[in-house]
Design a protein around this ligand. Structure first.
Ligand code: SF4
Length: 405
């Protein structure tokens, strides 16, 4: 009988796309999928490590599948795999925290998941029917530094009309609070021809809308590639940057609409806004995380821009991209954040009038620079600051909703 897999995804759109990639690979191997966790032979948690809260949710779910008898090994239990950012962050230590987990796979090793599952099932009795002690075999794969291009071409999409397309993996910015560069590695850009091929394959399957994904899409630059010139045999080297990529994608036949996330303010410039205005199929939507309105905190966060730079970007965006929407991310309670620093953030939100804002309470993440700082803003103060910005933003969003914007 074909084995059934249950996949639960936590975190960002990058994880959503990674789960599709994993499902696509497993489907090719003949596995079936189920929405009912209790009927699954294999349970995969594709995890997020960006905030403590996200991690806690995963641990509590994984804990549900502990052996009722209190031992790790028992018959007919599902295999449990932890995939993604928690896997990379804690590696084999996960087996100590959650002994019922069978395998751990980091984001750059997801192509190995079908092979790992096969190996574990082969570790059962030779006939494959009776679980043996080999079922206790624990596997972790967290050393990969790149993904094979083929994994993006399995043709598996959750949605019939919309697809996420990864243009770059990892991040080299090292914002001081962020775990992403440690768990997803340095920025690696996919070749633009590979990206275009994936989009065309998706369109052939009926997809009409896409979202380009990267931790910092504005930093996209393809490797130099050889290009044959139509007028002769001459060959030149060309490099495609993010703006070029947008323009090329805008010309793809069959594509109705596309968008991108996430932009980093330090790599965002007027040229992007002009391209957004010029590309008819590109959604007039910009997610531009500000994180804080205080120059002092932005510096401690290692964000690479200041308040004025950010506000100038927003002004230019609104001048150039007519009717464009803008959303942001904010962290309150970063170490040493004073009442004045918080007020700067509050005032910035009031000033910009974002269409939406995603507001988070700071929590230290292992291995990051900020984890070495004292997490000195009281929990109650973080909650208060979170509530104040949330209320402010709710009022702003309500006004937009009233005006139908
Ligand atoms: S840009 Fe900063 S916040 Fe975003 S993924 Fe990279 S390090 Fe993290």
């Amino acid at each position: 009988m074909r084995k059934k897999i249950f996949v639960r995804t936590y975190g960002c759109q990058m994880n959503v796309r990674d789960s599709e990639v994993i499902c696509g690979l497993l489907r090719k191997e003949g596995y079936k999928f189920t929405d009912e966790v209790d009927k699954a032979d294999i349970i995969l948690f594709n995890t997020c490590s960006v905030r403590q809260h996200a991690e806690d949710k995963v641990w509590s779910q994984v804990g549900r599948f502990k052996n009722k008898k209190g031992t790790v090994l028992y018959e007919n239990r599902p295999l449990i795999g932890i995939v993604g950012c928690i896997a990379q962050n804690y590696k084999e230590k996960i087996f100590e925290q959650a002994p019922n987990v069978d395998f751990v796979v980091g984001p750059s090793d997801i192509d190995k998941i079908p092979g790992i599952i096969k190996r574990i099932f082969r570790g059962q009795s030779p006939s494959g029917t009776v679980p043996s002690t080999l079922f206790e075999m624990k596997i972790w794969e967290t050393d990969g530094d790149s993904r094979p291009e083929e994994i993006y071409h399995t043709g598996f999409y959750e949605d019939k009309e919309h697809a996420y397309v990864v243009i770059s993996e990892g991040c080299s910015n090292f914002c001081s609070y962020c775990v992403v560069p440690y768990v997803r590695g340095p920025l690696r850009n996919r070749g633009y021809k590979d990206i275009l091929k994936e989009i065309e394959e998706a369109i052939d399957k009926g997809i009409t809308k896409i979202t380009l994904l990267g931790q910092n899409v504005n930093a996209y630059k393809s490797q130099s590639q050889c290009v044959s010139l139509p007028e002769g045999d001459k060959v030149t080297m060309s490099q495609v940057n993010f703006i070029d990529l947008l323009k090329i994608i805008n010309g793809i036949k069959g594509l109705k609409e596309f968008s991108f996330i996430t932009s980093h303010p330090k790599d965002t410039a007027i040229e992007l806004f002009k391209a957004m205005e010029d590309c008819a199929k590109l959604k007039k939507y910009l997610h531009l995380p500000v994180q804080s309105g205080s120059d002092r905190i932005l510096k401690l966060m290692n964000r690479g821009y200041n308040r004025k730079f950010y506000l100038d970007l927003i002004n230019n965006y609104r001048k150039i991209v007519k009717g464009g929407q803008v959303t942001t991310d904010i962290i309150v309670g970063f170490p040493t954040e004073t009442q004045n620093d918080f007020q700067d953030t509050y005032d910035l939100v009031k000033n910009v009038q974002f269409n939406a804002a995603f507001i988070f309470k700071y929590s230290p993440r292992p291995n990051t620079q900020a984890a070495n700082m004292v997490d000195d803003v009281l929990k109650s103060e973080k909650e208060k600051r979170h509530r104040l910005i949330l209320e402010l933003q709710k009022g702003i969003s309500k006004e937009y909703a009233k005006s139908g914007y």
